[in-house]
Write a protein that binds this ligand. Structure first.
Ligand code: FAD
Length: 289
């Protein structure tokens, strides 16, 4: 973990672009609550194949204009260089300085793969087109990407994104801190020393967590799954237990030198804020983890 200790810690919250007016109003309330704790940035996801393109732009520009720097996610699957360049122009003109560059996932049966096949090609294209205008974040997978040929290939593919010009990374969520420590160790041995910020998924709903984890290849350890299962419909107990488990993991990560945390908020403030407060992040410049 030595490589990670040199970086200033940064803390961020991720949103998805709301579909309805009601969703927009709700996000505004969530945004205001989270802005109070003064995160380093917000980020906004981008639907596969550009399906949320306009909503992502609208949400990014609205949040960015309200004072907390906001990073759009941009995925290349199903897109063309021309369309991606259009987005880069819009973001550059609006003063956006950070982009989360991804391949994305095309829903099965929907369209062609696009001109850029993998995230390393997207990073290279952004560097070619926009130079150093953006700080580029890429995705990292401590439990490995579900489509990777094997763990070694996945590490090499991560290295490709760094070689192409990524500045830092955010991980897929995990509930096993050791997978992150081991991953960082492997990267260090490969000479990769960019910040790799753990992505944190607060536990609020058991069935959706299981569905989502199956899809993205994140493991819910048996002891957590069994305990959550035992709570059945008791959502208060699920939240309380989830908060404890995730807070403990974050404490371990930060104590070991993780360069910050990125919260997958699912457009809800409460669960992320509870973890934030448990960790004492309001005074993050003063505490030593
Ligand atoms: P890549 O880095 O391209 O990797 C994809 C797979 O291909 C891996 O298995 C890798 O090993 C392999 N691979 C990579 N490069 C090569 C190569 N050159 N040759 C052969 N194989 C290769 N999805 C969205 O749709 N919208 C979002 O906003 C979004 N935000 C995300 C944010 C974070 C922080 C994370 C961790 C994920 C996010 N995702 C999002 C999910 C992500 O798009 C998927 O996990 C997707 O399947 C992979 O994207 P990637 O950028 O990691 O792809």
């Amino acid at each position: 973990m030595e490589s990670q200790k040199q970086f200033k810690r940064r803390f961020s919250f991720e949103f998805f672009p709301p579909k309805t007016d009601q969703g927009k109003e709700k996000l505004q309330v969530v945004r205001d609550r989270l802005a109070e704790v003064n995160p380093d940035f917000f980020s906004v996801t981008f639907g596969a194949g550009g399906s949320t393109r306009d909503r992502t732009i609208e949400t990014v520009l609205s949040l960015h204009g309200q004072g907390i720097s906001t990073a759009p996610h941009l995925s290349c699957v199903g897109g063309t260089r021309e369309k991606i360049a259009e987005l880069l122009d819009i973001y550059k003109e609006s003063g956006v300085s950070r982009i989360v560059a991804l391949r994305g996932d095309m829903p099965s049966g929907m369209g062609a793969a696009g001109e850029l096949r993998y995230a390393n090609e997207l990073v290279a294209f952004i560097r070619e087109y926009s130079g150093d205008a953006f700080n580029l974040e890429v995705a990292a997978y401590p439990e490995f990407h579900p489509q990777a040929r094997n763990a070694e290939e996945d590490l090499k593919n991560f290295a490709r994104k760094v070689e192409a010009g990524a500045n830092s990374a955010i991980t897929q969520y995990f509930f096993n801190a050791d997978s992150y420590f081991y991953y960082i160790d492997r990267l260090e041995k490969m000479g990769i020393t960019i910040p790799v910020v753990p992505g944190i998924m607060p536990i609020v709903n058991f069935s959706s967590l299981v569905r989502f984890s199956d899809m993205c290849g994140a493991e819910i350890p048996r002891w957590i799954r069994k305990q959550l299962e035992a709570y059945g419909d008791d959502s208060d107990s699920i939240r309380k237990f989830g908060e404890e488990v995730v807070t403990d993991m974050c404490e371990r990560l930060l104590a070991a030198g993780a360069p910050g945390l990125h919260f997958y908020t699912l457009n809800q403030a409460e669960a992320s804020l509870n973890i934030w407060n448990n960790l004492g992040l309001a005074n993050r410049d003063k505490i030593s983890f």
